[in-house]
Design a protein around this ligand. Structure first.
Ligand SMILES: Cc1cc2nc3c(=O)[nH]c(=O)nc-3n(C[C@H](O)[C@H](O)[C@H](O)COP(=O)(O)OP(=O)(O)OC[C@H]3O[C@@H](n4cnc5c(N)ncnc54)[C@H](O)[C@@H]3O)c2cc1C
Length: 376
């Protein structure tokens, strides 16, 4: 990168560019995918920011010197969102930018705050990685979590977002937040988010075995207002360490249900935790598809299957993981081996992200190479 720009960054911010730091910040959990691991490059430097005025000043330098930026929370995303695709970029660590306020209906947070600092039960949905992820990283790179069946996806629960782009500060509210939420930093540095707050009662969890997929689906759909409904086959359950299982099993976590009461933190790790734990344990190939509900009846039994019922923009669907097979089911793309935002976002939200990018970052300085936004 431009030597003058690096000099200026070192003068004004806390910057590290020793080999150990560059290596550490070239990695995120995405390297569990061999396809993503191959794309990883070392950054030129890592800049640690703690305050909004620092972000503002950084973005002036970014704009003047055409510096490429990869934003980072705690690097727990599994899609390579926080890895640089070019050595000509800097990683900007926002995990030290902390602070939040909370009222009856909302949580207002800086990006580096972590879920446990606010109180994990306060969030309408919580990622399985809540114990290590930042709120800014989840809003920028996450999608679903425990609670997303009842309360919707991240973009359904963010009320306001402030983002710094190469063309200045932008504050968005209402539906417009969808231009930035889950855009993985490709549209600027998120410095403030306002998220809907909810109240939860005690939750219970129950596992019910079935011999037929039809009965399992009927039962699952009877619980569409629960916090968690997962349909898993026997292969997946056994890989997770359960011995007495049905051919198909429905795990329901809900308020005032008749299930065994479990601490909230334990229940969270049920959401999608299966896929991550089993892939790491067995080193099997994995993929994911978001399926319309009628496709659930075609779930294959030759794979390990984990179907997490969820809602996005009011529509219920199954966020479905397939392990140790090549499923032939078609659904909406949620490609776990692609760094591209285009490969995991619904078309109406993707159009909003692309329009925003064209207006505020046409030179692709923000997390470059991760959002295809030019025609042709
Ligand atoms: C065990 C495990 C379980 C998981 N469970 C879930 C789950 O249930 N649901 C789910 O959605 N995800 C899940 N994930 C992945 C998930 O996206 C992350 O854990 C979390 O959302 C990312 O937080 P982070 O602070 O680590 O962000 P990072 O990984 O550092 O960043 C995520 C993305 O956002 C960008 N970014 C980070 N901060 C900012 C910012 N301030 N401004 C702009 N861009 C920024 C980064 O460039 C990157 O593209 C899981 C991951 C693991 C390892």
């Amino acid at each position: 990168m431009d030597g003058k720009a690096l000099e200026l960054l070192k003068k004004e911010f806390n910057v590290k560019d020793d080999p150990e730091t560059l290596h550490k910040f070239s990695v995120d959990y995405g390297i569990m995918s061999p396809v993503i691991e191959k794309k990883r490059k070392l950054p030129s430097a890592v800049v640690f920011l703690r305050r909004e005025d620092e972000v503002e000043r950084l973005m002036e330098i970014v704009s003047d010197f055409k510096v490429r930026v990869v934003e980072r929370g705690k690097g727990t995303n599994t899609l390579g969102g926080a890895i640089p695709l070019t050595e000509e970029s800097i990683v900007v660590d926002l995990s030290g930018m902390k602070g939040f306020s909370i009222n009856k209906q909302e949580i207002v947070s800086s990006p580096g705050t972590q879920f446990e600092e606010v109180g994990v039960e306060e969030f309408p949905l919580v990622p399985t990685s809540f114990y290590m992820a930042t709120i800014g990283g989840f809003v920028s790179g996450g999608s679903l979590g425990l609670g997303s069946l009842r309360n919707g996806a991240v973009w359904d629960n963010v009320k306001e977002v402030t983002v710094y782009t190469p063309r200045g500060k932008v504050s968005l509210s209402g539906d417009d937040v969808k231009s930035v939420v889950q855009a993985g930093g490709t549209n600027g540095v998120v410095t403030r988010v306002k998220i809907r707050r909810i109240r939860r009662g005690k939750l219970g969890v129950k596992r019910t075995p079935f011999n037929s997929i039809d009965k399992a689906i009927d039962f699952a759909l009877d619980h569409e207002d629960a916090e968690l409904v997962s349909i898993r086959n026997d292969k997946m359950m056994r890989a997770m360490g359960y011995e007495s299982v049905g051919k198909w099993n429905v795990i329901v976590g809900e308020e005032e249900g008749d299930g065994e009461e479990v601490p909230f933190r334990e229940l969270i790790t049920n959401f999608a935790g299966a896929y991550y734990t089993v892939v790491n344990k067995l080193k099997v190939k994995y993929s994911s598809v978001d399926l319309p509900l009628y496709k659930l009846y075609e779930l294959p039994s030759n794979c390990m299957v984990d179907a997490e019922l969820s809602r996005s923009q009011g529509i219920m669907f199954s966020h479905t993981y397939f392990l140790d097979c090549d499923p032939s089911l078609n659904g909406y793309k949620f490609d776990l081996h692609s760094v591209l935002i285009n490969d995991r976002v619904e078309s109406n939200r993707l159009s909003m992200m692309i329009n925003f990018k064209r207006n505020y970052d046409p030179e692709d300085l923000m997390n470059p190479g991760k959002l295809i936004f030019q025609d042709g």
